[in-house]
Structure formats: C-alpha cells, structure tokens
Design a protein around this ligand. Structure first.
Ligand SMILES: NC(=O)C1=CN([C@@H]2O[C@H](COP(=O)(O)OP(=O)(O)OC[C@H]3O[C@@H](n4cnc5c(N)ncnc54)[C@H](O)[C@@H]3O)[C@@H](O)[C@H]2O)C=CC1
Ligand SMILES: O=C(O)[C@@H]1CCC=N1
Length: 286
C-alpha cells in the first residue's frame, strides 16, 4: 500500500481540467494516492474533454452548475487549475459558493496567496504550487508554499498529492516565480534543445528514428548521471571535453551563440512573466 495514500474521506475537486490537471490526476491514480472515485473534475464548458477524462481515468466529472456547486462544497481539497486570465472571475464566483474550510491548492502561475484569498473573499488555507508536466509520469518537480492557515493534516495532504507525482520542494513564496523559471517551464527548454539536436542529427544524415532515440537516451543518461553521481554538472561536462576535441569545438560554438547568457535570460524572463501574470490578476481587485 502507498504510504502517501489520501484518506478515503478526502474528495479532491479540480476546477479546470486541462493538461496540468490531467498530469496530476494521472499521477495520483497511477501511484494509488487517490482512488478515481475521490477525484472530481470540472471545466468551463468542454463536455467532450470531461467525457475523455472520465473514460480514461474513471474520475467523476460534472458540468451542471448545481452539481458543480455541491461538489465544491463537499470537497476537502479544491485544485485551481485554470489559466491565469480566467482566475479572477473563477475565484470570485468560487468564494460565494463555499461554506466549509477546504484546502485550496493552486497551480496557477504567478497568482499569489494573498490575491487568491482576496478574490475568494475568505482567508482559506492555501497551498500555492508550481508543478510541471513531468508529473504525469511521476517525475515532476513541484514547488510548494503554504499560507499560515494550512494545518498539519492539510500540509500532509498536499505533500502526498505532489510527492505522488514526483519531487517536492517547500519554498518561501517569494521564490515561486524563479522556481517557475527553472522547473515549471523548464521542461519546455529541454524539449526545445532536443528538437534542435534531432533536427541537426537528421541534417547530418541520421534517420529521424535514430536521431530521436539517440537524443532521448542522451538527455535521460545525462540527467540520471547527475542525479546518481551527485556531481557538479560542470565536472561531468569537463569529463566529456577532451582538449581540442569535438566536444570542445561544439561548446565553443554554443559560447559564440551566448548559450549560458541566453538560458539565464530565458529563466529570468520566465520569472518576470510569472510576476506579470500575477499582477494582472491582482489588478482585477482594484
Ligand atoms: N502546462 C504546464 O506546464 C503548467 C501549467 N501550470 C498552470 O496550470 C494552469 C492550467 O494550465 P493548463 O492545464 O496548461 O491550461 P489548459 O488551458 O489546458 O486548462 C485550463 C482549464 O481551465 C478550465 N477553466 C477555465 N475557466 C474556468 C472556470 N471559470 N472554472 C473552471 N474551469 C475553468 C478550462 O476549461 C480548462 O479545462 C495555468 O494556470 C498554468 O499557469 C502550472 C505548471 C505547469
Ligand atoms: O507557460 C505557462 O504560463 C505555464 C506556467 C509554467 C508552465 N506553463
């Protein structure tokens, strides 16, 4: 039995049923942390999407307003998984429907705990989280910040939810935007690099299949090597780089294209964009 399994009485209601919600639900069910019957999913209007989710994962879905309201009132955990642009309207409406003391788990980029509480109109316990899509295969990296209202049991629940889908770092809320720059959006940078490696391999004469297989295994091997050896990546890079060899030649080209500066600027811009998105939602308060 999974030690992280949520108590049978917990009901988790996802408000927002897009790709991030699905990644978490898939992980929760696959790891046995929650039974499908404990999970309810709502979205704005896409019934086909809800049918797919209930068919694929056995979760319950609801599309009628009265049923959705009842689900939200009975849930012990409500996961906010809509886009930042939809958050202000959704949270204001949610605040008028709740009557208990559910744990609110937000995965919304940029949205601060204080803005969530202000939009709800109640200082409910909030876990602000930033997962990534690798959660869907149990290899996610999630940052979590908790509001003062979160009790020990609720903290255990949110930790169990995200430990089920990968690794968790509990961080001060002020670090959430930079964490988004590193790990929330991070998989996209790695995929972008892999796209380029595959394209170059094909240009150089590899079959598309070989270029893909070799690229995937290379990225997987490098990540596992760093994790298993605990080595500094600079040391592992130097181990590959023979003086005046082919790796050195390649790294010189990356340097000429300002590789390090480019990646760092991308991570910082991501963090800045996360802040901007949060500010845009906060502006709805005034
Ligand atoms: N995709 C990613 O890699 C990550 C996304 N996030 C965050 O997760 C959130 C969702 O992102 P995605 O799943 O990619 O978006 P998505 O567009 O795939 O899904 C958004 C969902 O929210 C629903 N929705 C919109 N308004 C609603 C309302 N008023 N009530 C209930 N549901 C409503 C939509 O119908 C849709 O099901 C965003 O806030 C994003 O910042 C966080 C970490 C990683
Ligand atoms: O691009 C976005 O806004 C979201 C947040 C982190 C990953 N995707």
């Amino acid at each position: 039995m999974n030690d992280n399994r949520l108590h049978d009485t917990e009901q988790i209601c996802f408000s927002g049923a897009g790709s991030m919600a699905e990644s978490i639900v898939r992980g929760l069910i696959h790891k046995g942390v929650a039974k499908p019957a404990q999970i309810i999913m709502h979205n704005r209007s896409n019934l086909e999407r809800l049918e797919y989710l209930s068919g694929e994962y056995g979760v319950r879905t609801a599309s009628q307003d009265a049923e959705k309201e009842k689900d939200l009132q009975e849930a012990s955990v409500i996961v906010l998984a809509m886009k930042p642009k939809d958050a202000a309207e959704a949270l204001r409406a949610l605040g008028t429907k709740l009557n208990g003391n559910p744990l609110i788990v937000s995965v919304i980029a940029g949205l601060s705990i204080s803005t969530i509480q202000a939009l709800l109109g109640i200082a409910l316990p909030i876990a602000r989280t930033m997962p990534n899509t690798s959660s869907s295969i149990g290899l996610g990296a999630t940052g979590i910040s908790l509001s003062a209202e979160v009790n020990a049991e609720q903290q255990q629940t949110v930790m169990s939810m995200f430990e089920a889908v990968g690794q968790v770092s509990v961080i001060p809320e002020a670090q959430m935007d930079i964490l988004t720059g590193v790990s929330g959006s991070g998989p996209a940078y790695i995929y972008y690099m892999m796209e380029a490696m595959i394209a170059a391999g094909i240009e150089g004469g590899l079959s598309a299949e070989h270029a893909r297989e070799l690229t995937v295994q290379t990225v997987l091997g490098a990540a596992v090597m760093m994790k298993e050896t605990g080595e500094d990546p600079a040391k592992l890079r130097k181990d590959i780089t023979s003086p005046n060899g082919s790796t050195q030649a390649a790294l010189e080209v990356l340097d000429a294209h300002h590789f390090t500066a480019g990646v760092k600027a991308a991570v910082h811009r991501c963090a800045e964009r996360s802040r901007e998105m949060g500010e845009a939602v906060r502006a709805a308060l005034s």
